[in-house]
Design a protein around this ligand. Structure first.
Ligand SMILES: Nc1ncnc2c1ncn2[C@@H]1O[C@H](COP(=O)(O)OP(=O)(O)OP(=O)(O)O)[C@@H](O)[C@H]1O
Length: 226
């Protein structure tokens, strides 16, 4: 089953195309890794999927309801923000409830479930600034899950993390498959290998698509990933 299909998508900034004729299908309930060298267009494609960048041409079919959840990068969240883990995840409910409004019982259940799914329940009362980078990134993934979108988008969630934290993030993403459709941009081949599906971009075009094995660099000429 396909969640979203892109056909002949062109998009960019200030009249310059970055994406140049993207054809792609994202499997529903699967984890898709977007790979490709710097500037290949991964973040731009995520912006198109998020609906924040309108394609100049082409079609994106099957947009999710409610709107997709775009997971923040942990570097976007200042260390000094006086928020607990639970507060941060609760902010994911704002899309439904409005900012700073009291949460209803259902919202609180969703928040607790989202924390459980990424293994941070034990950290719920901790301040965000006290956490390791990997823990903080998992909090932000839980915030995305709390939005209850059926499409979760992540731009390099493991950037700057050590191998162990990266493996943990990869395991969390893999565990979400089946429940939510996940698309994440990554530069790490181990993270991409954990995905169900890989989309390889080069200069705004898809140059490989399929299972991680079929699109691995050794399987035939696609750009290598770090
Ligand atoms: N907001 C913007 N305004 C103008 N140009 C942009 C903007 N965002 C990205 N670009 C340009 O679009 C091209 C593709 O960038 P994009 O960030 O999509 O690539 P990427 O594959 O995510 O790269 P990286 O791996 O370095 O994050 C680059 O040439 C970049 O300079």
């Amino acid at each position: 089953m396909i969640h979203t299909e892109l056909r002949g998508v062109y998009a960019g900034y200030g009249g310059e195309d970055v994406l140049r004729g993207i054809d792609a299908r994202l499997p529903r309930g699967g984890v898709t890794a977007l790979v490709g060298s710097n500037g290949a267009g991964k973040s731009t494609l995520l912006a198109v999927l998020a609906g924040t960048l309108r394609p100049r041409a082409g079609e994106v079919s099957g947009p999710s309801r409610p709107r997709p959840a775009f997971v923040l990068q942990r570097s976007a969240v200042p260390d000094t923000l006086p928020l607990t883990v639970r507060d941060t995840v609760s902010m994911g409910r704002w899309a439904h409830r409005g900012p700073w409004r009291p949460l209803a019982r259902h919202d609180r259940t969703v928040v607790e479930r989202s924390m459980e799914r990424v293994g941070i329940t034990g950290l719920a009362g901790r301040q965000l600034g006290e956490l390791s980078g990997g823990q903080r990134q998992r909090v932000l993934i839980a915030q995305g899950l709390a939005q209850e979108a059926d499409l979760l988008l992540l731009d390099e969630p493991s950037a700057g993390l050590d191998r162990e934290a990266r493996e943990q993030i990869a395991r969390v993403l893999a565990s979400l498959g089946g429940q939510v459709t996940v698309v994440h941009a990554t530069h790490f081949s181990d993270e991409a290998a954990e995905a169900d599906h890989r989309l390889v971009l080069d200069q705004g075009r898809v140059v490989g698509s399929g299972s991680p094995e079929a699109t691995a660099p050794s399987a035939g000429g696609v750009p290598s990933v770090r």
